[in-house]
Design a binder for this molecule. Sequence first.
Ligand SMILES: C[S@@+](CC[C@H](N)C(=O)[O-])C[C@H]1O[C@@H](n2cnc3c(N)ncnc32)[C@H](O)[C@@H]1O
Length: 451
Amino acid sequence: MDLFAGLGGFHVALDELEGRGVFAAEREPILKALYKVNFGIDAWGDLNDLSSDEIIACHVPDHHVLTAGFPCQPFSKAGDQLGFKDTNQGNLFFKVHDILRVKRPRFFILENVPNILKHDGGRTKTKIIRMLQKLGYSVDVEHFSPHEFGIPQVRDRAYFVGSIDGLDHFEWPAKHKAPTEIHWVLRHDVPSSRPIPEQTMRAIDMWGDFLRRAPTSLKLPSFPIWSMEFGATYPYEDETPSGVWARRPVWGLRQMGFKGSFGQSLEGTIDEQITRIPSHANRGGDFDFPRWKRTFIRQNREFYQANRSWIDPWLAQWSPQNFYSSFQKMEWNAQGEDRDIDNFVLQMRASGLRVKRPTTSPSLIAFTQTQVPILGANLAGERRYMTPAECAELQCLGEIQLPASDLDAYKALGNAVNARVVKAIAERLLHGLIRPLSSTISDFEPLRATA
Ligand SMILES: C[S@@+](CC[C@H](N)C(=O)[O-])C[C@H]1O[C@@H](n2cnc3c(N)ncnc32)[C@H](O)[C@@H]1O
């Protein structure tokens, strides 16, 4: 029984334990149609249409196990955190609760973002557990990430499990610390993947050259490198550019001796001055920068002053001011590694080009085209985007068919539950339903390249 079924991560997991799906619900037409293709089940559409106990009793078949990755935006750190008060999505937990109340399956597994455990000072978690206990279930909750199961993706998620017969038999699977490597999921027969845009390629080359030029004896910053601060001297500590523009509406920063991003002159109109202050510092009404921003600005300016001998020639060669502002920033997350940019997993984010060790992929989210992780040439033969099929491997979804458009596929994969994590939990939970643990258990065995 797969509620909020998406691509069917729960279905894949329980299939492997020889379960048989009897009902699924998914509102998105593309995913609903794919569910039929992949699993042969005509999924129900909107769960809100199961609007009374009678309708639930009539349409939802009896089942032993209910699974649901109910929508997580209301509880996610990335959202506005309205939680249960989100009338669109937050109340969908209550729909799960209604179905449990009416149908009383023996077990359930619910999945959500880990922030649900901290949301509203822990009250959301307590409320969920109490409500499920009141239905007669023993309930437990834990969080896991696929990398703790030998899969090269860090993606922490909370799992609530429940059993009507108590949980004395149940133990959570162990978390493993063994390192993982992204190349386990890389395919070598990749059909022509979407080309990397020229400006993105140049930005990677530019930061690759930055890494090459940095003396090997120099520890690279662990703070984000903001090249636009190289040469800047505009005020940011006691006053901000916006503060000056409010105080001196005609002259602004003119004739004050300050420099803008990349050391540009500020001797122009206010409109010109705005374009020469980095976007992280030019927002109107921003009269006081938070401490983290002041720290990053200071650290970048000090770093530049101490390293001008090799940074100035780099600036002269690449003119980073001509790149999009997010391309002017880099996050080096590979301290201590060789500095060949093609050894790494790269991701273009609003916060800059992130350079990551090839041990894990960035957590899958609904990537936009630009955010899809890029594999360095030494990992994939040539620089290229990770494909949806490789991302499906990160979610352990086997050979299921994915949405035809890459954007729809990345979105669905970013929402999916990791089937291997679910399987590890389910085989310990579903006591009496599946063969005893010893004969089915898929104990820890790291994922290896499949192609
Ligand atoms: C977090 S995802 C769960 C993904 C799923 N566990 C998987 O492995 O792919 C939530 C899913 O619920 C669907 N959904 C949201 N609201 C719904 C509703 N009212 N009725 C049915 N499905 C809904 C979304 O389209 C989305 O696919």
